[in-house]
Design a protein around this ligand. Structure first.
Ligand code: ADP
Ligand code: ZN
Ligand code: ZN
Length: 706
């Protein structure tokens, strides 16, 4: 047989696989294989797709089929497990298979030309001439040597029990590692990885471990620990800030089984890893595991699915698990592993205090008790962190004389004042304007900033503490590649007295010299119409609070004696939250470091309000130049087909209705049965596609922002 008919998934919105003819160039050429990449003509272009089936028949007129141009035989076919993962994601998130498979491959694999691919393969072969292929990992070394093990701290009993539970069996188990901030979850990950790799090697098998982190900025610290611990193993990172060539090489190293440990952000959950034996999702609650465009997937959920499919363990770690995961642990679907103590000797959870902003006035954002606490840290040479989740100088500019306000002309949003850059910026459409000298409507020259962002607090800190070394870390101060890393490094080196920032500083960093965390006005989230806002706020506050007091107590104790008792209390790190609602249950739970109490109350609320995880949701969104057509489209979609067991809400404009001149509306679909919702969505999306509406629409399954 020299000619075959193959099916190919292409990055196209058409929900189908495409048939092509393949002719062997020479007798004896091997047949194409499922999972191979192939270059094919598509319309007037040539594109790369993934072979999904090889056969001899087509539903189309075989004579009219076009020929495959080339197979990428230099690359091993994508393994069946990876194909199955993509099929599941396509199915579950209602996307064409090709729109799942192709976008998650590095660009170098999707090029018409093979120059990048060939170069990457050559470089990889040169780097590891002997150690090519998965078996090489098993062959190169025995169990990791003693020197490495020496570098690892002895696990405390809680950590050891967690590692034992995770590695007890090789089969599927979803472990929820619930460990307070600073409890040493990283050590659990590393030891579990080591145990799994050693176990597989002892049986002559290769093993790969996938570690997901929520933020690119967290990869360097973890990468350092992982490399230090596994000097003989190939460790690669996968995230969107890697240069193209690097990302391609790392991806191929994972795909070829050469990389024993893959460390990456959400996109790495779709990396091909033929010998995957353990998946770890750090800070599993983090919203950035949710992709918000294209394939709107949850990397955390796909990680769990992938572990089940491969019949391997998965570890979801967090000090504040997502409400969904907590629920799964409560009903036994996940196994909960608790770390209740901070790991470092004498490190204690910080004391949390609330500053009542009804009593304490703070015209510049910082209340007298917070200022006093900052001053005490400066005098003792300790670091402080101020958390304000709002970048820019002020969220809006305003004219007192006529009421003008800095609305974005393209969005339902304010232009944010960025003083150092002398700009008004819309954070939704990126429109930039120079700061007006006078009010555009009445000419008043005295325009006022309203509210405050990180830049304004920074300015105030410089006035309050002219000698202090203040560093602001937010998306604006870290635009240049590498600048975030440089900033965090200088904090770690102790070159910063007061660190000020947005959620960028709240997550995961192990700051050793920090003894004070101040939280500036987090109250707005308490009254958000998004039902998840409370959960997110609590997680954020616990996270940022968790940055304090991570080292053994270093602070000199006031009063000098250094004995136990009240003086020892003073040496504890402190978290101060400025709020107008000190009695709010969320803050009461924070005071007590009581995540379980918070989660239980939240679950009870969700149950009585019929919200996730007690119902399953999907969101249909439509965009148009005018709002009405978008609403009409959704209304028509609503009436498109019968929907037993499904509740379809009324179409509504989105909270921020207009972005960059486009009006946006949405329709929420709910069901108490996931299976029923899935079945409905499948036929509904097919019917919507049939309509061939010119309006832009998209579907999100398990939406997080409603
Ligand atoms: P988490 O991720 O749970 O917030 P980390 O993994 O960052 O916590 O660990 C917090 C600190 O505790 C780190 O500085 C780490 O080196 C230290 N640590 C972890 N395990 C141990 C241990 N068994 N003994 C001593 N120190 C430990
Ligand atoms: Zn005016
Ligand atoms: Zn805008």
């Amino acid at each position: 047989m020299t000619g075959r008919i193959i099916k190919i998934a292409l990055d196209s919105p058409l929900d189908m696989e495409f048939d092509y003819r393949w002719q062997a160039a020479a007798a004896g050429d091997p047949d194409p294989q499922v999972g191979q990449l192939a270059l094919v003509p598509f319309g007037r272009r040539e594109v790369v797709g993934v072979v999904t089936a090889v056969g001899d028949a087509s539903d189309y007129d075989a004579a009219k089929l076009r020929d495959v141009i080339a197979l990428r035989t230099q690359l091993a076919p994508l393994p069946p497990a990876w194909m199955a993962l993509c099929r599941f994601a396509a199915d579950y998130y209602q996307r064409p298979l090709g729109e799942v498979m192709l976008p998650c491959l590095p660009k170098g694999l999707r090029n018409e030309s093979t120059v990048a691919l060939d170069r990457a393969l050559k470089k990889l072969a040169k780097a590891a001439p002997a150690a090519a292929g998965p078996t090489a990992i098993a062959a190169t070394a025995g169990p990791t040597d003693a020197a490495e093990l020496a570098a690892a701290p002895t696990l405390n009993p809680g950590q050891q029990a967690a590692v034992d539970a995770i590695t007890a069996s090789a089969g599927f188990a979803a472990n929820l590692l619930f460990g307070v901030t600073g409890s040493g979850k990283t050590e659990v990950y590393l030891h579990a990885a080591q145990a799994v790799i050693d176990r597989e090697r002892a049986q002559g098998r290769a093993a790969q471990v996938l570690i997901l982190v929520p933020e690119i900025n967290l990869t360097p610290q973890l990468e350092g620990s992982v490399r230090g611990r596994f000097p003989h193993l190939q460790v690669v990172t996968l995230h969107s800030q890697l240069a193209e060539g690097e990302r391609l090489r790392h991806w191929i190293a994972a795909h070829q089984g050469d990389a024993a440990i893959v460390l990456g952000t959400r996109l790495s959950v779709l990396a091909a890893m033929p010998s995957l034996k353990l998946i770890i999702v750090d800070e599993e609650h983090d919203p950035s595991y949710k992709q918000q465009e294209g394939l709107r997937y949850s990397a955390r959920d796909l990680a769990v699915w992938r572990a089940r499919q491969l019949d391997i363990p998965v570890v979801l770690g967090s000090a504040t698990p997502s409400i969904e995961s907590w629920q799964h642990a409560s009903n036994g679907r996940y196994r909960r592993l608790d770390l209740t103590q901070r790991a470092a000797a004498h490190a204690q959870l910080p004391r949390v205090g609330l500053i009542d902003m009804e009593i304490n006035k703070a015209p510049d954002g910082l209340s007298p008790p917070l200022v006093a606490a900052l001053r005490a840290r400066l005098e003792r040479g300790e670091q402080s962190l101020l958390f304000l989740n709002r970048r820019g100088y002020a969220p809006v500019m305003h004219c007192d004389a006529c009421g003008w306000i800095s609305n974005c002309r393209r969005c339902t949003a304010f232009m944010v004042l960025h003083k150092p850059e002398r700009r008004l910026r819309c954070h939704h459409c990126s429109l930039e304007l120079r700061i007006p000298h006078a009010c555009p409507t009445c000419g008043n020259v005295d325009l006022q900033p309203l509210g405050r962002g990180t830049q304004r607090v920074e300015e105030h800190l410089q006035v309050l503490f002219p000698d202090a070394r203040v560093l602001r870390i937010d998306a604006d101060s870290t635009r240049r590649k590498g600048s975030a890393q440089a900033a965090f490094d200088s904090v770690h080196r102790g070159e910063v007295d007061i660190l000020l920032g947005t959620q960028m500083v709240a997550k995961g960093h192990d700051f050793q010299r920090l003894t004070l965390v101040g939280v500036i006005n987090p109250d707005t989230a308490l009254f958000s119409q998004d039902y998840r806002a409370g959960e997110r706020l609590f997680a954020q506050l616990m996270q940022v609070a968790g940055r304090a007091g991570r080292a053994a107590i270093a602070a000199p104790v006031e009063g000098g004696e250094g004995s136990e008792g009240s003086n020892a209390r003073d040496a504890r790190a402190e978290v101060l939250v400025q709020t107008r609602y000190p009695q709010h249950p969320l803050y009461r739970a924070l005071l007590a470091h009581d995540y379980p109490g918070f989660a239980q109350a939240t679950l009870a609320e969700r149950r009585s309000a019929s919200l996730p995880p007690f119902v399953f949701q999907a969101l249909l969104r439509a965009e148009a130049k005018q709002l009405q057509p978008a609403l009409d489209f959704l209304q028509a979609a609503r009436d498109l087909m019968p929907c037993e067991g499904i509740m379809i809400n009324d179409p509504v404009p989105m909270t921020i209705t207009r972005v960059a001149g486009v009006e946006r509306a949405q329709l929420l679909v709910e069901s108490s049965s996931r299976a029923q919702l899935q079945a409905f969505l499948k036929s509904w999306v097919a019917a919507l596609r049939e309509q061939k509406s010119r309006l832009r629409w998209s579907l999100e399954v398990d939406p997080v922002d409603i």
